[in-house]
Design a protein around this ligand. Structure first.
Ligand code: CA
Length: 204
């Protein structure tokens, strides 16, 4: 036999109050779980974005270091009578890069981890691969490879992680000795200077 509890009794208020508390706790738990999952996702995305930005910075730095090394060298091999083949000469192969002595010796170079010129691994970039390709560039369109040397070599440097390319930079190096001056251009006339007035003015 059930017993009715008066609507305004303290017991009823306590029971009703207890029931609402469970619901509130349940809702709060659900909300906390949703917030927690969202926070994990947000921080996960921030972490991935930070790593991606750091890797792209590293890739740009590695490409820049390589082209700075390459552009210090002569356009052509100073010791080889045979020009026209791209890549290191026979006596330079297997020397890491320490014996490379011209721009196109770097053609086909690839290392993972990237290395310095003496062959030391660059440990901070051990998850990256750096490779170089060199091609003769069309004098009228540097993006167009050609079979013979027209006075320009394009150096394409790619930095990748697994199969993903992080940076790809292409630089063009000119053979200054091979570039001819267009003699059809008018020769500038020498400017006549005013006669010296003899006062040894340093600005004259
Ligand atoms: Ca060489």
């Amino acid at each position: 036999m059930s017993k009715l509890i008066p609507r305004n009794s303290n017991i009823r208020r306590k029971l009703v109050g207890t029931g609402l508390s469970y619901v509130e706790v349940l809702l709060a738990s659900v909300i906390m779980a949703v917030l927690l999952v969202s926070a994990v996702r947000i921080f996960g995305n921030i972490g991935r974005s930070s790593r991606m930005v750091a890797d792209q910075d590293s890739a740009a730095r590695l490409a820049l270091e390589m082209i700075q090394e390459i552009k210090q060298l002569p356009y052509k091999d100073p010791a080889s009578a045979i020009q026209g083949d791209l890549g290191p000469e026979t006596d330079e192969k297997g020397s890491y890069r320490s014996l490379f002595d011209d721009v196109d010796d770097y053609h086909g170079w690839s290392a993972s981890p990237p290395q310095d010129r003496t062959g030391e691994d660059l440990i901070p970039y051990s998850h990256l691969t750096r490779n170089v390709k060199v091609y003769f560039a069309d004098a009228g369109n540097f993006k167009q490879p050609v079979l013979s040397d027209e006075g320009f070599k394009a150096v394409a440097i790619t930095i990748s992680q697994a199969d993903k390319t992080l940076a790809q930079q292409t630089y063009v190096i000119a053979d200054v000795a091979q570039i001819t001056i267009d003699k059809s251009l008018p020769t500038p006339k020498p400017t006549s200077l005013p006669p010296d007035d003899g006062d040894n003015d340093i600005n004259e």
